[in-house]
Write a protein that binds this ligand. Structure first.
Ligand code: GLU
Length: 281
């Protein structure tokens, strides 16, 4: 069997909490037990929310927890030209269209429709910009209107046919990319999106086992479609459980008291924090 390659891919928008520590340790252990490789990737395309000081803190906290990873650490902000090249290719293939809608316009359209279709992440994009003529698209772009690039998911899914994916040690899963509607592959502010960057980087870095929280399981539908469209290698996935606080709420950035940093400053040892994150020695 090919080498197992896993990764932890945090976004530096805050300090790592126990949920992130669980995710990092999970990926690290999967690589260790298979004699494979573990990568760390900084997912910092959200230029408005990501901060270099959070990135530095993430590296420090992970090292404190005892994790080791391969250098160099990849930063998605250094890969924007590669992502854009793929957007150009999909645009040439007629699979992307510019979407000029604001969040408000989308919400209003959804509210006005009696039975707006919903996907795993809420109401689907109602397709307002899908049918615009080339001429209108070009005119608006020439006028300087901001636009995202959306994937025509029905066209893309029709092109590649039915898809499945493999969840480690479980039955094969049928991918349902159309349940997400026309997802954004190029944001208005940066010519990439989570779906595009994560899929391209996992392929480019040779990741064979994608581990991440259950909350991201639905995204796998979209990533599987992108892999088929772009002829990328297909990894295996393993989605893991999430960490909850004492009142049953999923950990989030607001849980500062449960950040690795706060626990460390409060006198906990790395072994104690690893145990709190579900990995007792
Ligand atoms: N960057 C994503 C996050 O921090 C995780 C990406 C992934 O594992 O697919 O939520």
């Amino acid at each position: 069997m090919a080498d197992v390659v896993t990764r932890f891919a945090p976004s530096p928008t805050g300090h790592l909490h126990l949920g992130h520590a669980h995710s990092a340790l999970f990926a690290w252990h999967r690589a260790q037990e298979a004699g494979g490789r573990f990568l760390l990737r900084i997912e910092d395309i959200d230029l408005g929310r990501c901060r270099p000081e959070f990135e530095a803190a993430i590296l420090e906290d992970l090292a404190w927890l005892g994790l080791t990873w391969e250098e160099p650490v990849r930063r998605q902000s250094e890969r924007l030209a590669d992502y854009e090249a793929v957007l150009d290719r999909l645009t040439d293939e007629g699979l992307l269209y510019p979407c000029f809608c604001t969040r408000k316009e989308i919400e209003a359209e959804v509210a006005a429709s009696a039975a707006a279709p919903h996907g795993p992440e809420g109401p689907l994009y109602p397709g307002i910009c899908r049918g615009r003529s080339r001429l209108e698209q070009a005119r608006r772009i020439a006028e300087g209107a901001a636009y995202a690039l959306r994937l025509d998911v029905a066209a893309a899914a029709g092109l590649v046919g039915p898809l499945t994916w493999e969840e480690k040690s479980q039955a094969t899963v049928t991918a349902e990319p159309t349940s997400h509607g026309d997802v954004v592959l190029g944001r208005k502010d940066v010519r990439s999106s989570y779906h595009l960057a994560v899929t391209l980087d996992d392929a480019d870095q040779g990741v064979t086992l994608v581990t991440r929280g259950e909350d991201l399981r639905p995204a796998t539908d979209v990533h599987r479609l992108l892999q088929a469209l772009l002829d990328l290698p297909v990894p295996v996935w393993q989605h893991h459980g999430l960490v909850f606080d004492d009142s049953g709420r999923r950990l989030a950035k607001r849980h500062d008291a449960l950040s690795v940093r706060a626990l460390r400053d409060g006198g906990k040892s790395p072994a104690e924090v690893r145990a709190m994150a579900g990995f007792p020695d």
